[in-house]
Design a protein around this ligand. Sequence first.
Ligand SMILES: N[C@@H](CCC(=O)N[C@@H](CS)C(=O)NCC(=O)O)C(=O)O
Length: 123
Amino acid sequence: MKLLIKLIRNLLGGIIVLLDLITRGAKKKRSPEQQKVVNEQVKDLTLYHFTACPFCTKTRRAMYKLNLPIEKRSASQGSPYRQELEVGGGRVKVPCLRIEKDGQVEWMYESNDIIRYLEQRFA
Ligand SMILES: N[C@@H](CCC(=O)N[C@@H](CS)C(=O)NCC(=O)O)C(=O)O
């Protein structure tokens, strides 16, 4: 039963990923100079995610739309980043954005909070 639920969840997640790919549209356009600055700024950000999680898809979609090449780390079973997320952030829940600023690290959970943060900073 657990396996069936997992299978259905992954299938639905896959469909959502596919729909996102088909409908995501254009990225935000910046001048090459502006994009270079943004590319540098996002080096302090890392997204921990699962491929087939709808909340992660929503967050990745916002990152794509805002043209933010943020490093993504899979937190699925078996990935070394899973433990990194658990130890650093306190729990294995995705999406989670790791924000490094002035030597301080913040682990931001909740897709809506992450998207709001990215839009306020980069839109
Ligand atoms: N309200 C959260 C929901 C996130 C969520 O439920 N993520 C699932 C994967 S789809 C998860 O990490 N579950 C593991 C857990 O909650 O321990 C958001 O919008 O980010």
